[in-house]
Design a protein around this ligand. Structure first.
Ligand code: MG
Length: 455
């Protein structure tokens, strides 16, 4: 049997949570305690191949995500892989339709579940073809690429014909960029591991120096502690990284629009490339106002990790609201919708700088950024590199001594987590979550809320 004729025979969904808050990983101004978590789906097939897909959560709520995945996953049971992938754009449209769409169309937890299910299909497809996902997409003809996308709601800025024309232009030089990808020279990395709010100044200094030794020149830090505290912290960071270091700051939706403008003006002398998520991720015109106000100060605006769908990105681009498209590989409806956003961003000339600040995100995004460079924009753009939990993955991400992401080589979408991780971190029965420490964390309804957390 050809692998593409594999029939999906069943699935499992597991709730996986790493207690990352114990190391202050994932701490930001809105959340004191982030536990990197997956709603983890595996499709079994009659060929023996397994398709793995997951979406990301931050601790509490991961059970809701798992329930949503269990609601959608049966739609593909009994189907052959080739019947699902023959027209992936239509598959995306169908899985976003029906009774369940009422829960919140292409938004929220349902969109996360859609992503997990489609990620498992893309993973299975790439494994069946024996290629890493980025290469599966790089080997598509422009027509095949366009067939994976759903243009509904975005055809006012991007038609299938325009997409085809853009892809044909880039196809002329694609072979050269595939060679660069195979030499691990496609995706430069930037570092966020030094920047979590929970780290002491000494710890930040040490992490920055290590990152610079690894070849990093771009650094992103959490901010929003108050002008004086931020000036002190960012001031010594600027000293450590020097004038040539490129600094970005992230406040995770902390401010109102005018507050963001006033606050950031006072940090202008620190020469920051952009402010990330200055306000509500839904406030497209607010981001546009902040960007216009900060432009004379040389500070850009970035957002995207909580942007739920292609329509919001369309409007952010139309409103000239952002200097970087920070799409999240799990927040959109999988590779299908990501490809649409890559093409729209390229059309508007805004670089894609994916959000990948959590477990497994670098593993997925290294495929996405490679596709952007090789197939869509033809331009190098940076990708976040966080240095935790790579050892948990079968096909783990890494960087080169020159500060590039290693281009994925293993067939699939790099979603597979090592089974040993589940013995410890599956929730609630893994050994960590069964322990007294784990039980206390799980039973605190206010975990992550400043002033309320009791665990
Ligand atoms: Mg962020």
């Amino acid at each position: 049997m050809a692998p593409n004729d594999a029939v999906i025979t069943g699935f499992t969904v597991r709730d996986l949570r790493w207690p990352t808050s114990l190391d202050n990983i994932g701490t930001d101004p809105m959340n004191l305690a982030g536990e990197n978590s997956f709603g983890y789906l595996q499709y079994k097939t009659d060929s023996g191949l397994i398709g793995t897909g997951w979406s990301f959560a931050n601790g509490q709520g991961n059970d809701v995500l798992c329930t949503a995945i269990r609601s959608l996953a049966p739609r593909f049971v009994g189907r052959s892989l080739s019947s699902i992938t023959a027209n992936m754009g239509e598959t995306q449209r169908k899985i976003s339709s029906g009774q369940i769409r009422f829960m919140s169309p292409e938004r929220g937890v349902l969109q996360l579940a859609t992503n997990a299910v489609l990620n498992a299909i893309w993973d299975l497809w790439a494994k069946a073809e024996g290629k890493p996902l980025w290469k599966l997409v790089a080997d598509f003809t422009p027509e095949e690429f366009v067939r994976t996308m759903d243009f509904r709601y975005v055809s006012d800025v991007l038609t299938p014909e325009q997409a085809l024309e853009m892809l044909k232009q880039q196809a002329k030089t694609k072979a050269d960029r595939i060679q660069l990808a195979l030499q691990n020279k496609a995706v430069p990395a930037y570092n966020t591991s030094a920047g979590w709010l929970g780290h002491s100044d000494d710890k930040v200094r040490e992490l920055l120096k290590n990152a610079m030794k690894q070849g990093f020149r771009h650094f992103k830090l959490k901010a929003g502690l108050g002008i004086e505290a931020d000036r002190k912290r960012l001031g010594f960071v600027r000293e450590v990284v020097g004038d040539e270091g490129i600094l970005m700051v992230d406040v995770n939706q902390l401010w109102d629009v005018d507050q963001a403008i006033e606050y950031m003006k006072q940090l202008a002398d620190l020469k920051l490339w952009f402010i990330e998520e200055p306000t509500s991720p839904d406030d497209i015109l607010g981001h546009a106002k902040i960007r216009a106000a900060l432009k004379p100060y040389g500070i850009g605006v970035a957002t995207g990790e909580h942007v739920n769908n292609r329509v919001m990105f369309k409007q952010l681009l139309q409103a000239e609201a952002i200097d970087a498209v920070q799409l999240d590989a799990c927040r959109l409806a999988s590779v299908n919708e990501i490809l649409t956003v890559l093409l729209m961003s390229s059309k508007f000339g805004v670089p894609v700088v994916p959000h990948s600040g959590g477990a497994g995100m670098v593993e997925l995004c290294s495929h996405i950024s490679t596709i952007d460079f090789v197939v869509v924009s033809g331009k190098k753009s940076i990708l976040e590199y966080t240095d935790h939990l790579h050892e948990a993955f079968e096909a783990s991400a890494a960087i080169t001594p020159e500060g590039y992401h290693v281009t994925p080589r293993v067939p699939g979408y790099s979603c597979d987590v090592k089974e040993a991780q589940f013995l410890e971190f599956e929730c609630p029965n893994g050994s960590f979550w069964s322990s007294s420490v784990g039980q206390k964390m799980l039973s605190d309804p206010w975990r992550g809320v400043p002033g309320e957390q009791s665990s």
